[in-house]
Design a protein around this ligand. Structure first.
Ligand code: SF4
Length: 494
């Protein structure tokens, strides 16, 4: 059996697509390469938004060239946003690459690998639009208890710092029945938490003419037995409507957390970014969310040093951070993104100025988050125990997971208590707050769940030779990325 490895760069969309790539490859008879072994097929799922993404890709491809020369039959494939952008120039610069495929045709990977092998020449296939929604592809899911579910792909907005619309195309919405069928299938497999995923979930329904489609979807998720936690990402302030806030507040399994990108607190910069909302609207949404859900934890994305940003504009961002009291923020220093309108804008802010503003922003945001976290001390919270989440504290045997509001919690397990599994739920009392996490040294109880059973089954009977996971015919992706400041590995979407 031929082995494979998928290397993923970038945002949740890529994480999502990599789950599908693994599913496709396993469906075609490949098995995941054991840790430390050189795979027969290496797939790069690339990101085009990071600075120097292309240099890094060609560096990695360069490292693999001599490996491939010594390993007959080895193949290298490059997909994702950078492949969609650079197309055939990848095989010109790195002729040892066997397959190049784009964001619209990930389903072609096994066929392209086969064709490259038989014809002994590189295959480049890039489509300009999506033929079928990728959710019909088989998927190798990493987490048996927490899953992503796509509601849409692509985006109709034109934010000037973002390459997504150019590479992922216009928004395509899945039908609500398909989304719900997938969620139900996941819950039947043991999944306890889903995160609905789209570039702009608030415009969900635009394609089939229902502007209330997203709130209806949230309410429909509320009727699924066994689905304990529903989250979504990312919302867009322009399209955020009151019916969504009402649905969040009135649907018990929709979690009291909201990740809503701000990007800037200056109306002038928002305009240059083509963000089509202004700071007052953003703050009003936060007020409305807090009025409906006083305990909601609100997190955000912020870009510092966008072209033309003055000290006054930056003060506007600091001011919104103070007013919004974010529980966490992904903070980014602006850097030119190839292919975006902002790349050629005048008034690029000098690096050292961006760095200095960034440090001030992070310091303020940390203070605000710390203050917000201190309010939780003494409260009892329910934690979904996660695998590989946060730090490992062997000395105190601390476990980690996410509270209902998505805060990261580390908690100690008293001696004699049976160790819970990832996917189980623990109730603990918060005893200490840090800016980016909470600690609970007062243990309450553990509820063993079907999700924990599913995790145990996945360990006992791995579907792949090398790694546990869950294979479903429906598309699902791995566990949601932790929402911790400065931890974002992905693109600045929304
Ligand atoms: S930042 Fe988000 S809303 Fe703006 S164009 Fe990119 S994907 Fe669309």
């Amino acid at each position: 059996m031929r082995t494979y490895e998928v290397r993923t760069y970038g945002c949740q969309m890529n994480v999502h697509d990599s789950e599908r790539l693994r599913g496709l490859l396993e469906d075609a008879g490949y098995v995941r390469a054991p840790e430390g072994d050189q795979a027969d097929v290496v797939v790069f799922n690339t990101c085009a938004v990071r600075e120097n993404a292309d240099n890094k890709l060609y560096g990695n491809l360069g490292h693999l060239a001599p490996v491939k020369a010594k390993k007959p039959g080895m193949q290298i494939a490059v997909g994702g946003c950078l492949a969609q952008k650079d197309k055939a120039s990848i095989t010109k610069k790195a002729p040892w690459v066997d397959v190049v495929f784009g964001t619209h045709n990930i389903g072609s990977l096994p066929v392209l690998l086969e064709r490259a092998r038989i014809q002994e020449e590189s295959q480049v296939e890039i489509l300009e639009s999506l033929d079928v929604f990728p959710s019909t592809l088989p998927t190798r899911r990493e987490s048996p208890y927490s899953a992503w579910v796509s509601v849409s792909v692509g985006c109709n907005n034109t934010c000037t710092f973002c390459i997504v619309p150019a590479l992922r195309g216009r928004e395509k919405d899945r039908r609500p029945g398909d989304v719900l069928a997938e969620v139900e299938a996941l819950v039947a497999e043991g999944v306890l938490e889903v995160t609905l995923l789209g570039q702009n979930v608030n415009s969900y329904g635009v394609e089939f003419g229902d502007r209330y489609a997203f709130s209806k979807l949230l309410r429909a998720c509320g009727t699924i037995d066994g689905l304990e936690r529903v989250r979504f990402t990312s919302p867009h302030p322009r399209d955020f409507t009151a019916d969504v806030i009402e649905a969040m507040a009135e649907t018990p399994n929709v979690m009291p957390s909201l990740h809503m990108p701000l990007q800037s607190g200056s109306d002038q910069i928002l305009k240059t970014m083509r963000r089509s909302y202004r700071r007052d609207r953003y703050l009003r949404i936060i007020e409305d969310v807090r009025a409906a859900m006083p305990d909601a934890a609100i997190t955000t994305d912020i870009i510092v040093g966008f072209p033309g940003e003055t000290e006054e504009d930056f003060q506007g961002t600091l001011d919104v951070v103070r007013q919004a009291r974010f529980a966490g923020a992904f903070t980014f220093q602006y850097s030119k993104r190839p292919g975006t309108p902002a790349e050629s804008m005048e008034d690029q802010v000098p690096r050292e100025v961006v760095q200095e503003r960034y440090e001030r922003l992070v310091a303020l945001q940390d203070d605000m988050a710390w203050d917000e976290n201190k309010k939780i001390v003494g409260q009892s919270v329910e934690v979904l125990i996660a695998e590989g989440e946060g730090r490992k504290d062997a000395a105190t045997h601390r476990l980690s997971g996410r509270a209902r509001d998505n805060r990261l919690v580390h908690f100690a397990l008293p001696e004699g208590v049976e160790k819970p599994r990832p996917g189980d739920l623990a109730t603990v009392e918060i005893t200490y707050a840090a800016p980016h996490h909470l600690v609970a040294d007062a243990f309450g109880s553990v509820r063993r769940t079907r999700a924990g059973d599913a995790w145990e089954r996945a360990q006992d009977a791995p579907a792949s030779a090398a790694a546990p996971g869950v294979m479903l015919g429906m598309p699902v992706i791995g566990k949601p990325a932790p929402l911790e400041p400065a931890a974002a590995g992905g693109c600045q979407v929304n």
